[in-house]
Design a binder for this molecule. Structure first.
Ligand SMILES: Nc1nc2c(c(=O)[nH]1)N[C@H]1C(S)=C(S)[C@@H](COP(=O)(O)O)O[C@H]1N2
Ligand SMILES: [Mo]
Length: 356
């Protein structure tokens, strides 16, 4: 279905910032279902942590019957789970918000997909025996640093509600695409939380703590919160599930084409259910055509690749728009839901081309 690139001319990451390192996947040039580690976007809040011997065991503690101290080998010995997952940063496409919002100005590439293998978090929680009052599971990463808005030093720590933590597909991953996870993506152990935006998938796991109350760390009480208003925090609610969304990979925005046949291709994904409908417009939304959705071979958490053969005879400028709907009847809106920190952008994807 997709064309291939020469092994000598290869895409690269696009740099957003270097310290901490934030780089995006060249998503327009990804032509397979699995993104190579080299091209996997990198999203960090702090400098990379230092690897020491302590990284190789994980304490599971808090509101449990038997606290655990697990060695690397213990984690490898449990029954593993292998899942293909879309990992999307909630800031993906932030640069497209109008009015603009502050924060990393991600374009469309803060998203990747690949095959993760690891042990379900539920395996560890069941072994430790979570107490009846357990409410959340806090996962702390080894990286830490200062924030611009608070005094002191914070580690990258987030919690999951107990139900999500116990979901059989929420895993502590140690392999990506059948190799040990690379250091930048969380070696030796990271969380992978399918269907939630990337912030939940904590890298470089340091410890796992079961708590009876709700966790209030800044990476979930200040960041990763939708703030609908510019000047106050009214109506705020947490960022969790991935919104239904799509990206046109080809042609490129502002590309010049000749008359004739052109393949328009891209991806569509959702954090709940599956992609049910893909519509395309080549006349700026006046008319829409349905694109064939091929889901037969698909596993639940991967994106759907699509393509449409466009026959264009008349010279001129064209606006191409894609709009997808998932099985929960969530559709990409024309106008995105604006929020102060710029999360969850999922407006219909739009490019312009010129035919001459
Ligand atoms: N320890 C740690 N985990 C983290 C982060 C981080 O800064 N530190 N960033 C989160 C965010 S916001 C995203 S989108 C993903 C990105 O994962 P990647 O760098 O492997 O692409 O990791 C998440 N896990
Ligand atoms: Mo993110």
């Amino acid at each position: 279905m997709f064309d291939r690139y020469s092994p000598f001319v290869r895409p690269y990451l696009s740099t957003r910032s270097l310290e901490p390192e934030n780089q995006e996947t060249p998503i327009q040039f990804i032509r397979n279902e699995i993104v190579n580690t080299r091209l996997f976007f990198r999203r960090n809040h702090f400098s990379y942590p230092t690897l020491t011997f302590s990284n190789f065991w994980i304490p599971v503690k808090g509101s449990v019957a038997t606290p655990l101290m697990l060695l690397m080998q213990d984690l490898y010995n449990f029954k593993s789970k292998t899942i293909k997952v879309v990992l999307e940063c909630s800031g993906n496409k932030r640069s497209l918000f109008e009015p603009k919002v502050f924060g990393e100005q991600w374009e469309k590439g803060a998203i990747s997909q690949g095959i993760w293998r690891g042990v379900p978090l539920s395996t560890l929680l069941k072994l430790a025996g979570i107490s009846e009052n357990a409410k959340e599971v806090v996962v702390e990463g080894y990286d830490y640093g200062k924030r611009t808005d608070l005094k002191g030093v914070y580690s990258y720590t987030r919690s999951l509600p107990i139900e999500k933590a116990l979901h059989p597909d929420t895993i502590i991953a140690y392999e990506y695409n059948h190799k040990p996870i690379s250091f930048k993506h969380g070696y030796p152990f990271r969380l992978i939380v399918p269907q939630w935006y990337g912030m939940a998938s904590v890298k470089w796991i340091k410890q796992i703590t079961v708590i009876d109350n709700s966790f209030e760390g800044p990476f979930q009480s200040i960041d990763y919160v939708y703030y609908p208003n510019k000047d106050d925090n009214k109506g705020a609610y947490p960022v969790t599930k991935i919104n239904v969304d799509s990206t046109i990979q080809k042609p490129l925005h502002m590309e010049v084409l000749d008359t004739g046949k052109h393949l328009i291709q891209g991806i569509a994904w959702t954090g709940g259910g599956y992609i049910k409908e893909i519509e395309i417009s080549t006349d700026n939304g006046k008319t829409w055509t349905n694109v064939l959705v091929e889901n037969e071979e698909k596993t639940p958490y991967e994106w759907t690749s699509w393509s449409y053969e466009w026959s264009v005879q008349n010279k001129g400028e064209y606006t191409i728009i894609v709009r997808v709907t998932d099985s929960h009847n969530r559709t990409q809106p024309k106008i995105p839901f604006w929020n102060r920190k710029g999360y969850g952008y999922n407006a219909t994807d739009k490019i312009k081309v010129k035919v001459e």
